[in-house]
Design a protein around this ligand. Structure first.
Ligand SMILES: CC(C)(COP(=O)(O)OP(=O)(O)OC[C@H]1O[C@@H](n2cnc3c(N)ncnc32)[C@H](O)[C@@H]1OP(=O)(O)O)[C@@H](O)C(=O)NCCC(=O)NCCS
Length: 223
């Protein structure tokens, strides 16, 4: 049998998503508005803030929604777990900015503060946290330890978190940054930088002069 030729990587082509046509578009807008009204009636009284026009799908798990603020035009799909914990520092706060879209099975836990900016795109299975269980006393099983170690976590406007990305405590993700699918982010990400891997390292940054994403040698965005 002759040997198979080596496989070559496929080059990505740029496509435009087709807008829904006529009747389908109108139906989608009407359904979206009805769902937003139903969400507003159901969730506005329970949340710290819940702007009209946002949709929060069930099932979901909520802890202290009174400390969670949801901006305008936010969409959080089913399976979310959103927990603002009470600690001796007071109630934690979670803020989700206008226009942010969050796909299935989002988990967000705050012991101090998690801020998610405006027009952020979050894919499915993403985890954003600002704390760990304390593990400084190995004689106590973690499950029996009520302490946490916390530092605020911030996602600035217009960033994009790929499928399954995890963002750990104390991280700031800069405006317009991109977190690759499956990445675990343990350090700050500069604006307009793409990070990937575990732990996440910069792989590309936006070069405004060249008007292009350029590779980042050795994971250092300053080079
Ligand atoms: C981050 C991303 C956008 C980068 O795309 P890209 O610019 O086409 O990147 P490339 O394929 O050119 O990869 C550049 C390098 O990063 C690596 N890389 C890309 N994505 C990676 C990932 N998720 N994890 C680890 N490494 C990754 C590539 O292997 C390549 O490394 P190499 O130069 O050593 O070969 C894309 O890889 C990605 O993760 N997209 C997320 C998809 C998703 O979750 N969609 C959900 C819809 S909301």
């Amino acid at each position: 049998m002759s040997e198979a030729p080596p496989l070559e990587g496929q080059k990505a082509v740029r496509l435009r998503l087709a807008p829904a046509s006529g009747g389908r578009r109108v139906r989608a807008v009407v359904v979206r508005r009805l769902r937003a009204i139903a969400s507003f009636v159901r969730w506005r009284p329970r949340f710290g803030a819940f702007a009209l026009g946002s949709v929060l799908e069930s099932p979901l798990l909520l802890t202290n929604p009174g400390h969670v603020e949801i901006g305008r035009g936010v969409h959080i799909r089913a399976g979310a777990r959103i927990e603002a914990l009470d600690t001796d520092a007071g109630p934690a706060r979670i803020v989700i900015g206008d226009g942010t879209s969050i796909h299935l099975h989002f988990h967000c836990g705050a012991a101090l503060r998690v801020e998610i900016g405006k027009n952020v795109l979050i894919a499915g299975g993403v985890y954003v946290t600002d704390h760990d269980h304390a593990f400084d006393d190995p004689s106590q099983p973690v499950i029996a330890n009520e302490a946490v170690l916390a530092a605020p976590t911030i996602l600035e406007d217009e960033c994009w978190l790929g499928e399954g990305a995890k963002v750990l405590k104390g991280v700031r993700i800069g405006r317009g940054a991109i977190v690759a699918a499956g990445a675990i982010v343990t350090r700050d990400v500069p604006a307009y930088t793409i990070v990937a891997g575990i732990p996440a390292r910069p792989i590309q940054r936006w070069d405004a002069r060249a008007s292009a994403w350029v590779p980042v040698p050795n994971g250092d965005p300053r080079r």
